[in-house]
Design a protein around this ligand. Structure first.
Ligand code: GLU
Length: 423
């Protein structure tokens, strides 16, 4: 489905382009082109048949000038150090754009959780935390969930960490179950943040969300909540959705309950049964006659091969890195508004920040407080991006929203590094 590209090269390319436009200091640029710390670990895990399997894992802190490292852990069969490096870079820009006091980090383990049972996943989660223990902490680097990891996995990891250090330390990891110091509203926060961005972007395009047709790629955490929030809160019509096996298109709209039934019964939303519904491939999703496309699964799905076919007015990047730099340029030239990932999906880490604050304080907020504060921060980020774009336009320089977001984020990190005397 996704084109095999090197995401770290893309992340560097995007930074280089922003550095050029903003006239970034050369030393600051050199520091920001590479991660600060890369940890590679070997994790022996007891499997159900009594054997021991060795897994490879990574934890990268890209930059910590603005605060501790922050970012999720992926359990993915195709995980690689380069992917983790790219995602750690994007976390740096994400936290900086949101103006929360974190740097950027990311972790990953090469594994296929679909073929593992719960005990094996627990053993792996605990083993990974033992392996990276010296490099994490509430003031050092704070992991969280990401692709194929979840609150239960965060709970095992927290438990293992607290066993090792010998005291309660909920702020070491976010995205935990509420019972262990997780934040209200964290689980659907990525999608919720994305919907606040969609609301602002729709205002800008004068798009009536109630008349808007949406196609979503991905039926994981972000995709499922995006579906429900877009439909129930914004009143939009979600007409297509896919997962890794393919999906379904129904011009009249899709029903969430039926999607769930199809997923539970057959493992894929493509088996959805409904009047007027037709099967589609992941490729076909991108040239549907819709107003908004929401890639909410994995990286590199809109590329130079299909960017020309996109008919939507807006792409809302809820996944990390779904649009390649070349596709980004094509969409921009075609006048399609491509809302960048590290703005659109920053809701997750913003509520992780709230969780960290609540854990440190030992005082917990209501869900409505969390959503209100999330809305304030992400709307501020949205405004920062489009104000910067307008400032460049006034100087006769046309830049994409992604470049504007980069300029805001990179200049904040550069200012912090400068204040620290790193250059
Ligand atoms: N994995 C999420 C992301 O990519 C959340 C990270 C976090 O909460 O630290 O933004």
């Amino acid at each position: 489905m996704a084109e095999e590209l090197n995401p770290f090269k893309e992340a560097q390319e995007q930074l280089d382009e922003a550095a050029e436009i903003m006239g970034l200091d050369r030393t600051a640029h050199a520091i920001l082109r590479e991660p600060k710390r890369q940890v590679i670990v070997n994790i022996p895990v007891k499997m159900r048949d009594g054997s021991v399997k060795v897994f490879n894992g990574f934890r990268v802190v890209y930059n910590d000038a603005r605060g501790p490292g922050k970012g999720g852990i992926r359990f993915h069969p195709k995980e690689s150090l380069d992917t983790v490096k790219a995602l750690a870079a994007w976390m740096t820009w994400k936290c900086s754009l949101a103006n929360i006091p974190f740097g950027g980090g990311k972790g990953g383990v090469i594994c296929d959780t679909k073929s593992m049972n719960a005990t094996e996943i627990e053993n792996l989660s605990r083993g990974y935390i033992r392996a990276i223990r010296k490099f994490i902490g509430p003031k050092i680097d704070v992991p969280a969930p990401d692709v194929y990891t979840n609150p239960q996995i965060m709970a095992w990891m927290l438990d293992e960490y607290e066993e090792m250090v010998g005291h309660d330390e909920p702020g070491v990891i976010t995205g935990k179950p509420v019972e262990l110091g997780g934040s209200a509203g964290r689980y659907d926060s990525t999608a919720m943040g994305g919907m606040y961005v969609l609301r602002e972007a729709a205002k800008m395009l004068k798009l009536d969300l109630k008349k808007t047709k949406i196609a979503i790629q991905g039926f994981g955490n972000a995709g499922q909540f995006a579906f429900q929030i877009a439909k129930d809160m914004a009143g939009a019509n979600v007409v297509a959705i896919t997962d890794s096996e393919g999906g379904v298109y129904s011009p009249k709209g899709l029903d969430y309950k039926k999607l769930n039934e199809a997923k539970t019964k057959s493992g894929s939303v493509s088996e959805y049964e409904g009047k007027g519904a037709q099967k589609i491939t992941n490729e076909e999703l991108f040239d549907l006659d819709v107003d908004v496309i929401i890639p909410a699964a994995i990286e590199n799905v809109i590329t130079k091969k299909n960017a020309d076919k996109v008919r939507a007015r807006m792409v809302l990047e809820l996944a990390n890195g779904p649009v390649t730099p070349e596709a980004d340029r094509i969409l921009f030239e075609r006048g399609i508004l491509d809302m960048p990932d590290f703005l659109v999906n920053s809701g997750g880490v913003i509520v992780s920040y709230f969780e960290w604050v609540q854990d440190i304080d030992g005082y917990y907020w209501s869900e409505s407080d969390v959503y209100k504060k999330l809305d304030t921060i992400i709307t501020r980020s949205f405004n920062d991006v489009f104000k910067t774009q307008a400032e460049y336009k006034a100087r006769k320089k046309k830049i994409s929203p992604r470049m504007a977001a980069y300029i805001v984020a990179v200049s904040r990190v550069a200012t912090a590094m400068k204040a620290r005397g790193w250059y």
